[in-house]
Write a protein that binds this ligand. Structure first.
Ligand code: MN
Ligand code: MN
Ligand code: ZN
Length: 280
């Protein structure tokens, strides 16, 4: 089994997240290090940073991941938005580093009509520029697999590999596999055969050594629908079998597996229990 957990709230400050995670029996947590719907945020205070680190130990959370703001689009053809995105992304990297987080998960970006090839290049440029502005950073940036809604990029393994190859510093990049998104993008994991094929494909195109984390979500919409709507584990179009395969996959034993299911804390507890009951 991986390190199971959920994306928890940072209400009252990032230092409160570990206790919330522990109260839900999480081994791993994901957080926003700032309000995910605002461009700017005050820098983290020393007591928030220290409090977070202390509480990670005190409450026994093994790993915490950061998720970037929803406003950031490193693929934007609008220069002003692109600039703001790079600024905000650099700030995300700095915050993750201050909190000693090993991974920052981010949505690659949307081309908004300029075309996929153009968008992939723009995103790679944005990542490269952001990394070059945080040269001391130790956080690894994890590109999240996307559903391919609208003009979002990153919905094929080939697109993710293309971005990673274009960025000079490949060592600072990895992938977060979101089960709902990948399924909506057309990657089936519902049977042992389909599951095997999907991860064989991942190995061929990106390399499983670059797969560092999972978002565990069932999907409201069918395979290949390109719609990003999360459902409770086992209650959606993916179904329970895929999650049984994942939590028992020896290759992913040390991987954080983060729930982003709807409904908040009560439902996280229920979903975590469903996942733990699958472990053989
Ligand atoms: Mn995400
Ligand atoms: Mn996700
Ligand atoms: Zn999603």
């Amino acid at each position: 089994m991986g390190l199971l957990g959920a994306h928890v709230s940072t209400q009252g400050g990032v230092q409160n997240a570990p206790e919330r995670g522990a109260s839900l029996q999480c081994d791993a947590i994901a957080i926003f290090t700032k309000n995910q719907r605002q461009w700017r945020a005050k820098p983290l205070k020393e007591e928030e940073i220290e409090g977070f680190k202390e509480n990670m130990k005190r409450f026994g959370i093994e790993i915490a991941l950061s998720h970037d703001s929803y406003l950031i689009n490193l693929g934007s053809p609008k220069e002003e938005i692109y600039r703001k995105s790079v600024e905000a992304f650099v700030d995300e990297i700095v915050r993750a580093d201050q909190l000693d987080l090993p991974y920052l998960v981010f949505h690659p970006g949307s081309h908004l009509g300029e075309g996929e090839e153009w968008g992939l290049k723009k995103i790679a440029e944005g990542i490269e520029e952001s990394l070059s502005r945080a040269p001391e950073s130790r956080v690894m940036l994890l590109l999240e697999t996307t559903a391919g809604q609208g003009t979002n990029l990153g919905y094929t393994f080939e697109q993710l590999a293309a971005i990673m190859d274009m960025v000079g510093d490949r060592e600072r990049l990895g992938v977060c596999f979101d089960t709902c998104h990948a399924f909506a993008a057309g990657y089936d994991i519902r049977t042992p055969e389909a599951y095997g094929e999907t991860f064989d494909r991942f190995e061929e195109v990106i390399g499983l050594r670059n797969l560092k984390a999972f978002h565990l979500n069932d999907s409201k919409f069918p395979l290949g629908s390109k719609k990003d709507r999360h459902e409770h584990i086992g209650e959606g179009e993916i179904g329970i079998e895929a999650f049984r395969l994942l939590v028992n996959d020896r290759r992913f034993e040390e991987h954080p597996m983060i729930l982003e299911t709807p409904g908040g804390d009560v439902w996280y507890s229920a979903n975590l229990k469903v996942l733990r009951d699958l472990i053989q």
